[in-house]
Design a protein around this ligand. Structure first.
Ligand code: PMP
Ligand code: GLN
Length: 382
C-alpha cells in the first residue's frame, strides 16, 4: 500500500477549500437531488427499515434495476442471480476485479482511466497493462489494434468505461463490436464501467455491453445511482453479471461490506417505482449544462475538447504562451489557487502520462449560477 498516494480528487478538493475556489475538480453535483427521492429515503428510515438488507441488495431495488435495464437496453436480467447492490460503483469495481484476477493475471486498462482501476488490480495480485487512447482530431479513441497487441496468454480481462471519465468521449457501435470480437477470441472477461450511462448527448445512443447478448455473457456491468440520481454521497451502485460471475463477485462482497444502507436502497427503489421516467431527463439536463459551460469557455483562451457524454469537460492550454511551460498539475494548481476555479490534471489518470499533453478536466455538474461564476473568473483571470 506504500505506493498508493492520496487521490487527486481529495488533494484538489482540499486545495479548492483552502483557496476558496469554485470546485470544478472532483466530480459531484452542487445542486439538490429530487425532494421526492429524499422523502422516499426518509420514509424508509422512519418506517424502521434500518437493519441489514439482504447481502445481494433488497428485492425491491433489484427489481427496479431489472426494469431499468430492460427499458434502456432491452435486456432481461435475473433479479436474484445476476444483480448485486454495492457501496457505489467503487465497491462494485473492486469486488469485480478481486473476483476474477488471480496473481500475475494481466488486466488491460485504457488510459486515461479512472484512478481506481490500477490499485484494485494490483491489490488482487494482478498486473495492469495500459493501452493509451489515441487523441485524434481532439477526440480520444480506442485503437483496437493496440489493444490486440497488448494481449498475452496471461490477459484475463479488459476494463472499459463509456461514457468516459475523464475524456467525455463515448463508444461507437464499431467499438463494442471490436470489444466483443476481441473478448471472444481471447476469452477475456469485460468489466464495463457505465456509471455515466444516462449522460449521453446530441441524441447519441449509449453503447451498453448489455445491448449485445454475446458480450453481456462475459461482461460485468457496473453502474452508480450516485451519478444517475445526483446523490454521489449515498454510495449506492450495482453490478450486473452472469450467474457464475455474480457468485464470484458476491463471494467478495459478502466479506467486504456484506450489504449497503437499507433505507437508501429502499428509497431509491420506491422513487424509481413511482418515477419510472426519472433517468430520461438526464441527457437533456446535462447537455444544457455542457452547452452553457462550453459556450462560456469560448470567451477564454482555453480550447475545449468534444464532450459526448459524462459531466466532464476537457480543456487544452498548450497554445497559451503564458501557461504552455506549465505541467498540467502546475496549471490545475494555478487555476485553483490564483484564478479561483479548481480543475483536475489529466496526467493523474495515467500510469505514465504522455509528456506533451497539456489538458485539464472541469466538472460541469453544477448549478447554472456556479458555472456562470466560474466562467467569469476564468474569463477575467486567464
Ligand atoms: N467509475 C467512474 C468512471 C467514476 O467516475 C466514478 C465516480 N467518480 C466511479 C466509478 C465510482 O462511482 P461511485 O461514486 O458510485 O462509487
Ligand atoms: N469520480 C469522481 C471524479 O472523477 C471522484 C470520486 C472520488 O473522489 N473518488 O471526479
Amino acid at each position: 500500500m506504500k505506493q498508493l498516494t492520496t487521490t487527486i480528487f481529495t488533494t484538489m478538493s482540499a486545495l479548492a477549500n483552502q483557496s476558496n475556489a469554485i470546485n470544478l475538480g472532483q466530480g459531484f453535483p452542487d445542486f439538490a437531488a429530487d425532494p421526492t427521492l429524499l422523502q422516499a429515503a426518509f420514509d424508509a428510515m422512519t418506517q424502521d427499515h434500518n437493519q441489514y438488507a439482504p447481502m445481494m441488495g433488497t428485492l425491491a431495488l433489484r427489481t427496479e434495476i431489472a426494469n431499468l435495464v430492460k427499458k434502456h437496453y432491452g435486456c432481461d436480467v435475473h433479479v436474484d442471480k445476476e444483480i448485486t447492490v454495492t457501496a457505489g460503483a467503487s465497491e462494485a469495481l473492486f469486488c469485480a476485479i478481486l473476483a476474477i484476477v488471480q496473481p500475475a493475471d494481466e488486466v488491460i486498462i485504457l488510459e486515461p482511466a479512472y484512478d481506481l482501476y490500477r490499485p484494485a488490480i494490483v491489490n488482487g495480485g494482478g498486473v495492469p497493462v495500459a493501452v493509451n487512447l489515441s487523441l485524434e482530431y481532439d477526440k480520444f479513441i480506442v485503437d483496437w489494434d493496440k489493444v490486440k497487441t497488448a494481449i498475452t496468454s496471461r490477459t484475463r480481462a479488459i476494463i472499459v468505461n463509456t461514457p468516459n471519465n475523464p475524456t467525455g468521449n463515448i463508444f461507437t457501435e464499431r467499438d463494442v463490436i471490436e470489444l466483443e470480437q476481441i473478448a471472444e477470441q481471447h476469452n477475456l472477461w469485460v468489466i464495463s464501467d457505465e456509471v455515466y450511462e444516462h449522460m449521453v448527448f446530441d441524441g447519441a445512443l449509449h453503447q451498453s455491453a448489455l445491448r449485445r447478448p454475446a458480450l453481456a455473457a462475459r461482461t460485468i456491468h457496473v453502474a452508480s445511482f450516485g451519478k444517475t440520481l445526483h446523490v454521489t454521497g449515498w454510495k449506492i451502485g450495482y453490478v450486473i453479471a452472469p450467474e457464475k460471475l455474480t457468485n464470484a463477485i458476491r463471494a467478495v462482497h459478502q466479506f467486504n461490506t456484506f450489504t449497503v444502507a437499507t433505507p437508501l436502497q429502499l428509497g431509491i427503489a420506491s422513487y424509481l417505482n413511482t418515477q419510472p421516467n426519472a433517468t430520461d431527463e438526464l441527457p437533456g439536463f446535462y447537455q444544457a449544462k455542457r452547452d452553457k459551460f462550453k459556450q462560456g469557455l469560448q470567451n477564454t483562451p482555453l480550447t475545449t475538447l468534444p464532450t459526448e457524454g459524462t459531466y466532464f469537460q476537457l480543456v487544452d492550454y498548450s497554445h497559451i504562451s503564458t501557461y504552455a511551460h506549465m505541467s498540467d498539475t502546475e496549471f490545475a494548481t494555478h487555476l485553483t489557487t490564483q484564478i479561483g476555479v479548481a480543475a483536475i490534471p489529466l496526467s493523474s489518470f495515467y500510469g505514465t502520462p504522455p509528456s506533451h499533453q497539456k489538458i485539464v478536466r472541469f466538472c460541469f455538474a453544477k448549478k447554472d449560477g456556479t458555472l456562470e461564476q466560474a466562467l467569469s473568473r476564468l474569463q477575467e483571470g486567464l
